[in-house]
Design a protein. Structure first.
Lengths: 152, 240
């Protein structure tokens, strides 16, 4: 008989425990995501931001983003020099290694490396493609929108 | 019998998708032929949201006292199993596509990181489902864990808007551009066909796996009853 009397309180205790566990797990997850993604908010600095913060960034490794300036690409052996631009600020880049296949002037890229003086010494180029998909030989499309940079 | 019809439609839709994706649609102006990953990667990603969405729905229905029934927890678990496989495929197809267009297999940007978290968290959920205990307590525990895991789902979706990422923004579910899609002509319709074909495949898998889950559940119940009956018989035989 005692068992049936105690059953309801045992149940509510159980329920309360699950709610507490659930809240703790959710809070821990949320905390991890916010903390982990705090860094991802600075996944890259745009070229103009990087130049503005050059003092603090000196020697530090970070990612920089900008559009490859037309006519600035010079490839020598397994090294490529070019310029990237964002909001009128131009950053010269020295890259060690071969650029990826889709690398070309006029496209946005994300680079990994650090500043050496005014120049960005990069060892990794990532081509940032837009969410637009356009046929290579557009028969129906009359106006081709330019590949746009995301708003900073 | 009805699932056989569904299966036939699924195969036909997937075959049509293969023809559209590999032969009919043109190469992209920037990505060339690598754009064809679009017709698999985007439908798989859509499926990922649908699968875990059903998991969330099943868990809520189980937790609400008015609709509480063990079948909802079974549906949630079934959908999550398929969801984990699909998320794995999203990560793999995305990685190969990333290598060909971005130039890297992986990078820790917000979209990729949150998707990897989603994969691991739901793997944990599937592991938790196997922890033994009373069936009803287990179902409740599963449902709460599923809802906690689903917190990541909207974060994955919004990650490309909330943070700077290498991953491009959404091409389809963007409110401003819904009427003016980012994907042109036949490419757009092929993505839509891909989503439809993969949804058919998902329904087929879900129905079959759910039936199996119900049978497993019944087997467990009946096995327990039989064991109780046997013990009772033994006790009676011993006392007489």
């Amino acid at each position: 008989m005692a068992v049936t009397e105690h059953a309801p309180t045992g149940r509510t205790q159980h329920r309360r425990r699950y709610v507490v566990v659930g809240v703790v797990v959710a809070a821990a997850l949320g905390f991890l995501l916010v903390r982990g993604l705090g860094n991802a908010t600075l996944y890259f600095r745009t070229a103009d931001e990087a130049v503005a913060q050059r003092q603090q960034l000196d020697g530090r490794r970070f990612r920089i983003e900008g559009t490859v300036v037309a006519g600035s690409v010079q490839q020598v052996a397994n090294q490529v020099a070019f310029k990237i631009e964002n909001k009128g600020v131009v950053v010269p880049v020295d890259h060690q290694g071969d650029p990826p296949e889709l690398f070309k002037p006029g496209i946005p890229v994300v680079l990994e490396g650090h500043f050496v003086g005014e120049t960005f010494a990069s060892d990794r180029i990532m081509v940032k493609h837009s969410e637009d998909y356009i046929a290579k030989h557009p028969s129906r499309v009359t106006t081709v929108p330019p590949t746009t940079l995301p708003a900073p | 019998m009805r699932t056989r019809v569904l299966g036939t439609f699924t195969i036909a839709a997937l075959a049509l998708l293969a023809v559209m994706a590999l032969v009919v649609t043109p190469a992209d102006v920037n990505q060339q032929d690598a754009v064809r990953f679009l017709y698999v990667h985007v439908p798989l990603a859509t499926l990922m949201y649908v699968a875990f969405g059903i998991t969330a729905l099943g868990s809520v229905l189980y937790l609400l006292p008015r609709t509480r029934a063990r079948k909802w927890d079974l549906l949630a678990g079934t959908s999550a199993e398929i969801g984990v496989v699909v998320t794995g495929l999203v990560l793999v197809t995305g990685s190969v596509w990333g290598r060909t267009t971005w130039g890297v297999w992986w990078t820790w940007d917000a979209r990729l990181t949150t998707t990897a978290v989603l994969f691991v968290v739901f793997l944990g959920y599937l592991a938790l489902r196997r922890v033994s205990g009373d069936a009803d307590i287990r179902a409740k525990r599963n449902s709460i864990a599923a809802l906690a895991a689903c917190i990541d789902l909207p974060i994955v979706h919004k990650s490309v808007e909330w943070w700077r990422t290498l991953h491009q923004k959404s091409s389809l579910l963007d409110e401003e551009t819904f009427m003016h899609p980012h994907i042109h002509g036949t490419m757009y319709w092929t993505v839509m066909l891909g989503i439809g074909a993969f949804l058919l495949l998902f329904s087929w898998l879900l129905i079959h796996r759910y039936r199996l889950a119900r049978l497993e559940d019944r087997l467990e119940d009946e096995g327990l009853e039989r064991a109780l009956a046997e013990r009772r018989a033994e006790a009676l035989a011993a006392s007489s």
